[in-house]
Ligand binder design. Structure first.
Ligand code: AKG
Length: 254
């Protein structure tokens, strides 16, 4: 058993180091998948679709099922295998696309506008709904996490780009050919490196595509600049110890 677990962890770590992402890690059983989806349906009924599409920031502070996911031991085991044992959750964000829609997420790197030093962060993207090519799943360009921070411009389509400041990074034709669709079943996560170039296409189906991105950093990281929203990150220790105290731990919300 232990040997198997060890092999899986090492394999995940190796694939993440090589490609900058890993996919299809199951973190919720069927009952929890349904529970989480119902909870999100309630959020949607309360907040409205427009807000759910791009305006729900840091719901782990206010919505119990999101906090449960952010501290889910399977999520944290996967995160730990790529950033080590001392982990802060730094942010969370619903990305919800209602189809058919023009809304998309332009190619970008996460850490470019996060003001972190070193620029180390990993996002766990939890599929509230099945996420596939038809409804505009997350897409990544493997290996692009190895080239450092890239200069970003802006997207020519600011009303459809779901990113907070309409950022977009240019990609080459060769990179376009290497795009991978990160298709997930509800209840699975993918992990992506803060430097990997990623985005997503419009949802062309009539199905909702709701995902929850949860961002983690090791406690050794410092915030040296503002983030793209012009605020400082509020981070919560979710595993291990915070010896460096570069961030003041926010209390656990629930
Ligand atoms: O959900 C998407 O389509 C994009 C997600 C994303 O950009 C992220 O999680 O950093």
């Amino acid at each position: 058993m232990k040997a198997d677990g060890m092999t899986r962890t090492n394999d995940l770590e190796r694939r993440f180091a090589a490609d900058g992402y890993v996919a299809n890690i199951r973190v919720a059983d069927e009952a929890t998948v349904l529970h989480n989806r119902r909870q999100f349906d309630e959020v949607e009924a309360r907040e409205g679709r427009e807000k759910c599409q791009r305006g729900l920031y840091d719901p782990h502070f206010t919505i119990p099922f999101v906090w449960e996911l952010a501290t889910n031991s399977r999520v944290l085991d996967a995160v730990e295998s790529v950033i080590g044992p001392n982990i802060l959750v730094m942010g969370s964000h619903f990305f919800c696309k209602y189809g058919p829609t023009r809304a998309f997420v332009a190619w970008h790197q996460d850490v470019t506008y996060w003001g972190l030093d070193p620029a180390v962060a990993v996002s766990a993207w939890y599929a509230v709904d099945d996420s596939d090519v038809g409804n505009g799943c997350l897409q990544v360009i493997p290996g692009t996490h190895s080239g450092g921070i890239r200069a970003h411009g802006t997207s020519p389509d600011p009303t459809a780009n779901l990113l907070s400041i309409n950022q977009q990074v240019p990609v080459t034709a060769e990179e376009e050919r290497r795009v991978v669709d990160v298709q997930l079943k509800a209840g699975e996560i993918s992990l992506h490196h803060g430097l990997i170039v990623h985005g997503s296409q419009p949802n062309q189906s009539t199905r909702r595509r709701c995902g929850l991105a949860m961002v983690y950093i090791p406690t050794s990281v410092r915030q040296v600049g503002e983030n793209s929203l012009g605020t400082r990150w509020r981070s919560v220790l979710v595993r291990g110890e915070n010896r460096e105290r570069n961030f003041i731990d926010e209390p656990h919300p629930f």
